[in-house]
Design a protein around this ligand. Structure first.
Ligand code: ADP
Ligand code: MG
Length: 223
């Protein structure tokens, strides 16, 4: 089993709760073939973010494991560091650094840590992403000086910069107003198709799941 996709195998996650344990993710198995998008769809509290946190390496599973491109990333009690997983995440609240300019946010992963590269290469990659996400002219602005939709495009550009093997999205459009959400949904669907990056997309919005995903995993009460 050394294909390039993501394999989630029998993953369970329990949290301590008053009077005992609550099961947030209950024996979930699913795979995403390389290049495809899986949407995880379900109501608030059904365990979507818990599952995503395990794939991202923020949490470890109580049972099961996560394998990406044949490499085991998580098992009970063990998780490869989040920054060594070859994946990036786009959150619901954009998590942009308020004091940085757009160009530095997008290039952040190429200026620090494992993917650090020359300034020349970084500038070239940032220019590519600015073009891809239609952020031209905004490079020197700070997050507070651009719109919510633009902020979310910056967050996507930042996630793409290091060319990760897997992209993770946790309800990335939920904070946008209805019209903007519809526009971004279409834009993101086209982008994911064009890039051919493997993606795991968490949402409670059925329209979003159907527009974006090759496959939809419906979750309810952790199952
Ligand atoms: P979703 O993202 O689908 O809204 P979550 O994965 O955030 O759902 O939560 C699933 C369940 O696990 C909920 O009942 C939630 O209260 C519980 N839960 C999530 N994170 C924690 C935590 N860190 N500690 C205790 N319970 C948690
Ligand atoms: Mg959630």
């Amino acid at each position: 089993m050394t294909d390039a996709g993501l394999h989630i195998e029998s993953v369970t996650k329990r949290y301590a709760r008053r009077g005992g344990m609550a099961t947030a993710v209950d024996d979930v198995s699913v795979e995403i073939p390389a290049g495809q998008t899986l949407a995880v769809l379900g109501p608030s509290g059904c365990g979507k973010s818990s599952l995503l946190r395990i794939v991202a390496g923020i949490d470890t599973p109580d049972t099961g494991r996560v394998v990406l491109a044949g490499r085991e990333l998580s098992r009970p009690g063990h998780a490869v560091d989040a920054d060594r997983r070859d994946m990036n995440m786009v959150f619901q609240n954009y998590a942009l650094w308020p004091h940085l300019r757009v160009r530095d946010i997008i290039g952040y992963g190429l200026a620090h840590g494992r993917h650090k590269t020359t300034k020349q290469r970084r500038d070239a990659r940032v220019a590519e992403l600015v073009e891809l996400l239609r952020l031209g002219g905004l490079e020197d602005r700070r997050p507070a000086e651009i719109s919510g939709g633009q902020q979310q495009r910056v967050a996507i550009a930042r996630a793409l910069a290091t060319e990760p093997r897997l992209l993770l999205f946790d309800e990335p459009l939920s904070n946008l107003d209805v019209q903007l959400r519809a526009a971004m949904r279409a834009e993101l669907a086209a982008l994911l198709r064009r890039l051919g990056t493997t993606a795991l997309y968490v949402t409670h919005d059925v329209t979003e799941a159907l527009a974006l995903a090759d496959t939809v995993l419906v979750m309810d009460s952790g199952r």
